[in-house]
Write a protein that binds this ligand. Structure first.
Ligand SMILES: NC(=O)c1ccc[n+]([C@@H]2O[C@H](COP(=O)([O-])OP(=O)(O)OC[C@H]3O[C@@H](n4cnc5c(N)ncnc54)[C@H](O)[C@@H]3O)[C@@H](O)[C@H]2O)c1
Length: 255
């Protein structure tokens, strides 16, 4: 049976981590040729090893999504390896504790913490699109999926800049969907709820039981459950879908 992404080339940022790595394995299962980008070169290489072990094709790229030149180089590398860029999953991101803002209310965030959060989680997504879109226009189309969050839809105490960045990602997604609709480029977002990755380990250890009370499914999501949605959005099966933000959250946003 044909794979849903047979012959497509795909770039995944943050591909060395939980959601990015799981999505890479799903894309490979569906026949995509992959470029795995991550700020951690070792993490990207580990994902490539797992994809290759599963019979897929992948190359690793290093690069911080906050640096325009690095992002441009990433896209150039994908195009020189695979000839085109069909799918881009702009997924790299960080949590509050990674900018020393864990547990802090709005007025307690340091200026530097706020700026770094916006640089990675919002500007990084914009920079990726900025360099992906011209390539997709030149080749006649493409699909972009950005990683939002339930934090892009509601407020979450002590997550000030994270929430602001994720709301911004959804704004960028909808705007690009409108701007490039006639260029045959679809732009969508996925909004994960609480997912089992390194990012949530610490929070879950401290407040897992309390948080799961608010999730109708009473469990965390698995990274693969996000990856399946991203794969569908990057496939031709979602051909009439653009500017959409899909919640994959065990029912969290239905309350
Ligand atoms: N885990 C969750 O519950 C959850 C919920 C909603 C949204 N998200 C979002 O999902 C995305 C992936 O997160 P995850 O849960 O897989 O976390 P993760 O920490 O496992 O993976 C994130 C990856 O991004 C990489 N990264 C961080 N900063 C980078 C940068 N500047 N440039 C390039 N790569 C960088 C990291 O090295 C890591 O491999 C993030 O955007 C996150 O905000 C996660």
């Amino acid at each position: 049976m044909a794979g849903m992404l047979d012959g497509k080339s795909a770039l995944i940022t943050g591909g060395g981590g939980g959601i990015g790595r799981a999505t890479a394995l799903i894309f490979a299962r569906e026949g995509a040729r992959l470029a795995i980008a991550d700020a951690s070169e070792d993490a990207a290489r580990e994902t490539v090893a797992q994809v290759n072990a599963a019979g897929g094709q992948a190359m690793s790229l290093s690069g911080d999504v906050t640096e325009s030149a690095a992002v441009q180089a990433m896209i150039k590398a994908v195009v020189s390896a695979y000839g085109r860029l069909d799918c881009a999953f702009n997924n790299a991101g960080i949590a509050g504790y990674q900018v020393d803002a864990g547990g802090k209310r709005t007025h307690e965030w340091a200026d530097e913490s706020f700026d770094r959060m916006i640089a990675v989680n919002l500007r990084g997504v914009w920079l990726c699109m900025k360099h992906e879109l011209p390539q997709m226009m030149a080749q006649g189309g493409g699909k972009i999926v950005n990683t939002g969050s339930i934090a892009g839809l509601i407020g979450l105490p002590t997550s000030s800049a994270y929430v602001a960045a994720k709301h911004g990602v959804l704004g960028l997604t909808k705007t690009a969907a409108l701007e490039y609709a006639t260029d045959n480029i679809r732009v969508n977002a996925v909004c994960p709820g609480y997912i089992e990755t390194k990012m949530t380990e610490d929070t879950m250890r401290r407040r897992g039981a309390e948080l799961m009370e608010k999730v109708p499914f009473r469990r965390m999501g698995k990274p693969e459950e996000i990856g399946e949605m991203v794969m569908w959005l990057c496939s031709d099966r979602s051909s009439y879908v653009s500017g959409a933000c899909y919640n994959v959250d065990g029912g969290y946003m239905a309350i």
